[in-house]
Design a binder for this molecule. Structure first.
Ligand SMILES: NC(=O)c1ccc[n+]([C@@H]2O[C@H](COP(=O)([O-])OP(=O)(O)OC[C@H]3O[C@@H](n4cnc5c(N)ncnc54)[C@H](OP(=O)(O)O)[C@@H]3O)[C@@H](O)[C@H]2O)c1
Length: 371
């Protein structure tokens, strides 16, 4: 982990530029590295020219540092390596990166975020002990944001949860008669496929499964790793043989109560304790975490999203607001256990963007002092 003393190492404009590129490279691994983090690495030679770059592409594959060092070859000697996460110190499916950097003759290592994983931390100390100059904390906030899913899962012991919904400008996610296709634009729907590709699992409630028969797989993104499709179906009655979510486009898991009797031969089922409006959200997240899921895209509907909010298990919200009015129909969120304004979950908007005619708003729970 980075200590206050580490941060005294000075970073100049070249350091920041190289780290920014490493952060961008890291993001290419989103959706395909779990249970590992996304990591990017850039190697500059002794005169400051880029001679290697890489990112962690998939779990079990070489770490970012190894890709970048291979590309750099002998030119790494005396150079600087920029890594978005503290180089690992342990031998897992691949060797320790701290050692690989030392063996390549790297003179200086600059990293953004300390490794909170107790198994992997200690890379900075190993590097220093070998005489490598180490600077920590460069572009830390950007690198943290890029690795939010993995860092959250390590710190909280549960997957990171992004709740997304598509609503009319008056906040409705379906019409009074239950019709909901399509509230948002083709551009917004394409953007959702990107979110699915970046997630390890896509989760919906039984109400959505019944109303929409959703498919939940990624379409239109070449090379995307398909997420695990999860339906939270307490009584095992909403997902029936022939449901679109059961096709072979992606793996599927049906979460049911311990006493349910699912009739879905060949389908992966997990049994969970009941709580509140259905199944226990913490138990669901624990079961997914155990299966290596580090990030969840929660696609609703309102009742399930309400239970996640009530459980304090929403880390980011992405709302697609379509310039459409309905005047009746369900609101985006229900049953979150909030009855008075002082209990409202206050958010901080981190981004606004246009997706075709729609507005995409990204927000995260405000830190306690901002609420
Ligand atoms: N526009 C959008 O972004 C969007 C997205 C999704 C859905 N929708 C719309 O929303 C409507 C469906 O929403 P919904 O609220 O009725 O259904 P939902 O949230 O998809 O599912 C709710 C159901 O899930 C089950 N469940 C299991 N554990 C739960 C828990 N801990 N908390 C809450 N529910 C749990 C419960 O039924 P059992 O216990 O019986 O299993 C519950 O009734 C549809 O009209 C759909 O089109 C819109």
């Amino acid at each position: 982990m980075a200590t206050a003393a580490d941060r005294t190492g000075t970073a100049d404009a070249a350091d920041i530029a190289a780290m920014r590129r490493a952060v961008a490279l890291a993001s290419r691994g989103l959706g395909s590295t779990s249970p590992n983090p996304v990591v990017g690495c850039v190697v500059l030679d002794a005169s400051g020219h880029e001679v290697g770059a890489g990112w962690h592409e998939r779990a079990g594959g070489p770490h970012a540092e190894v890709h970048a060092l291979r590309q750099a070859g002998v030119l790494a000697r005396g150079g600087t390596a920029y890594v978005t996460l503290e180089p690992c110190n342990h031998t897992g499916r691949t060797g320790p990166c701290a050692q690989a950097l030392i063996e390549a003759g790297i003179a200086r290592v600059v990293y953004a975020v300390g490794d909170p994983d107790p198994q992997a931390t200690g890379g900075a100390a190993t590097l220093r002990a070998a005489g490598v100059e180490v600077t920590a904390g460069v572009l830390e906030a950007e690198a943290e944001a890029g690795n939010a899913a993995w860092l959250t899962s390590v710190r909280l012991g549960r997957p990171y949860v992004l709740w997304k919904y598509a609503a009319t400008l008056d906040g409705r996610v379906a019409a009074q008669d239950g019709t909901s296709r399509w509230i948002s634009s083709p551009e917004s729907r394409a953007d959702v496929h990107r979110l699915r590709a970046e997630a390890d699992a896509v989760v919906v409630g039984s109400g959505t499964a019944r109303a929409d028969d959703p498919h939940l797989a990624v379409r239109g993104i070449e090379g995307a790793v398909q997420p695990l499709r999860v339906v939270v179906d307490t009584g095992a009655t909403a997902v029936r043989p022939g449901a679109r979510v059961l096709d072979d486009a992606a793996p599927t898991l049906i979460a049911v109560a311990e006493d349910a009797a699912p009739d879905l031969p060949g389908t992966d089922v997990v049994r969970l304790p009941r709580a509140g409006g259905g199944l226990s959200v913490p138990a669901l997240l624990a079961a997914l975490h155990e299966r290596g899921v580090r990030s969840v895209l929660l696609e609703g509907g309102p009742a399930l999203a309400g239970s996640f909010v009530a459980a304090g298990a929403v880390d980011k919200v992405v709302g697609y607001l379509a310039p459409v009015l309905l005047g009746a129909g369900p609101a985006a969120l229900a049953g979150a256990g909030i009855t008075t304004l002082t209990d409202a979950l206050r958010l901080e908007i981190t981004e606004t963007a246009r997706t075709g005619p729609d507005l995409r708003i990204t927000a995260v729970p405000a830190t306690p002092k901002e609420r």
